[in-house]
Design a protein. Structure first.
Length: 462
């Protein structure tokens, strides 16, 4: 049994004041000048610690306030009020919501699982991964505590091809050598960052975090050349031009985009280094043509099929496209139908915004996932996307200290890893490899609605 994998986290302060969900409105008019003001009785010392931040040209009280409402309730003249912060509401989009962004900031800061303390107050279901529920029937067993329990829970996964069967000679020895593979301790790979003011310091931070976490990071070919010291963790996304054979050696895996000559390029790369793993990057589209093409690439000997959705987790280039979970299920089912699912690794990326999305994507059929935008959020990104339009980054990501950024991302993945252990323990699954396509441990909203209400609204149709 391998040594238990543990991510060492340490609190890493924010560079800028956090945008809080609520703000304090303090009316000074009509104050009774009480002998002991409710502000002085604040158990968190918020009013004593508040200051003016030159970075945001604002009061820091909204960041410090814990929303206990003591001052609001105890002020005899009701001069103190709480209101939703409009700046907080403007954060992110419909996938990377203000709640997810602030929770990610907190995880990158502390490295701990976010706890609301007041239960779940959100909607019963929603789009995408929010329409899935996992089976937590084993949560009643205390030994299944993934973090502190006595049972060993492994998050190790393997990347690469696998033989469909073993063939032995008369002497009992294998006639075929084992295929190369890469083993990483978590089912998470860092994908190419889709936007951001990406300076060399940012790349050093991201690659350094991947190396510490013992995982892989997909980077553009040009960046891979500049980060030569981390070749073991780099997966360069190769350009369309001819590759120098001497440059390729030293990488454990490379990725190419899908194209008419993809198989020929894969063959040429394998000829340079037979131990090199080759991944193919395919848009996550559920059309029959696209799924069949992915199956053909699996048969052609690609080690990893990388299905890539857009940033929101939906089919790229589609107006009302399917979600990544549905596209992943389509490809997983097609590979099963062809009898080759165990022979190839499937990675899903795009719209993986929370730790639970990692588990849910794997339950839909992926072996592992790619993460991108949450890494930027760990660096205090507000998902405003100003950088795409040539605007200035409100938190100056390009000027981060690489060591600070590295630790923030390690903290985030450390918090995610603990949540993976908790979910796997609650489901009674002790090995991440078993999560792949384990749809007996998950419920889908559309299936439940069909089973429950289908006959009621089907009319007289048979």
């Amino acid at each position: 049994m391998p040594k238990k994998y543990h991510i060492h986290v340490q609190p890493t302060q924010n560079r800028y004041p956090v945008i809080g969900r609520s703000g304090i409105v303090d009316w000074g008019e009509g104050c009774l000048k009480c002998a002991t003001c409710v502000k002085q009785r604040c158990v968190y010392g918020v009013y004593k610690s508040r200051s003016f931040s030159a970075d945001i040209l604002s009061d820091t009280i909204d960041e410090l306030c814990k929303s206990c409402f003591r001052c609001v309730q105890d002020c005899p003249k009701r001069l103190i009020h709480k209101t939703i912060n409009p700046e907080w509401e403007a954060l992110g989009d419909d996938v990377y919501t203000p709640q997810i962004i602030t929770a990610t900031w907190e995880q990158a800061h502390t490295g701990k699982i976010p706890v609301s303390g007041a239960g779940y107050g959100g909607s019963f279901s929603g789009p995408g991964f929010d329409s899935m529920w996992t089976d937590m029937s084993e949560i009643v067993r205390p030994t299944r505590d993934g973090i502190h329990g006595r049972e060993y829970i492994s998050t190790v996964i393997d990347i690469g091809q696998r033989s469909g069967f073993l063939k032995f000679g008369p002497d009992g020895n294998l006639l075929k050598e084992s295929l190369p593979f890469i083993r990483i301790p978590i089912p998470i790979v860092f994908d190419i960052l889709p936007f951001g003011d990406l300076s060399s310091d940012v790349w050093k931070a991201v690659v350094g975090a991947a190396a510490t976490l013992q995982t892989l990071i997909i980077v553009p070919q040009a960046e891979a050349t500049a980060l030569n010291d981390f070749r073991e963790n780099l997966v360069p996304l190769l350009a369309e031009d001819v590759i120098d054979p001497t440059w390729i050696k030293g990488f454990r895996m490379v990725e190419i985009r899908d194209g008419h000559d993809a198989v020929e390029r894969k063959t040429a790369l394998k000829a340079i280094d037979p131990g090199l793993l080759v991944s193919i990057r395919i848009p996550a589209i559920a059309s029959e043509e696209n799924v069949n093409r992915a199956v053909e690439h699996a048969r052609a000997g690609f080690d990893l099929i990388h299905f890539v959705a857009n940033e929101r987790g939906y089919e790229p280039g589609q107006q009302d496209g399917l979600h990544l979970k549905d596209v992943t299920k389509s490809l997983h089912t097609a590979l099963l139908r062809e009898g080759i699912r165990d022979e190839v690794t499937l990675m899903a990326s795009g719209g993986i915004a929370m730790a639970e999305h990692v588990i849910k994507a794997m339950l839909c059929g992926a072996n592992l996932v790619g993460v991108d935008v949450p890494l930027l959020i760990a660096l205090e990104c507000r998902v405003c996307r100003n950088c795409r339009e040539g605007g200035e980054c409100p938190v100056s990501i390009s000027r981060i200290n690489p060591n600070w950024g590295k630790q923030r991302m390690i903290n985030l993945i450390g918090a995610w890893h603990n949540q993976l252990l908790e979910m796997m323990g609650a489901m009674g699954i002790r090995e991440a490899r078993r999560l792949r396509g384990e749809q007996g441990r998950v419920m889908f909203m559309e299936n439940l609605e069909k089973e429950t209400f289908g006959r009621l609204f089907a009319g007289n149709s048979k």
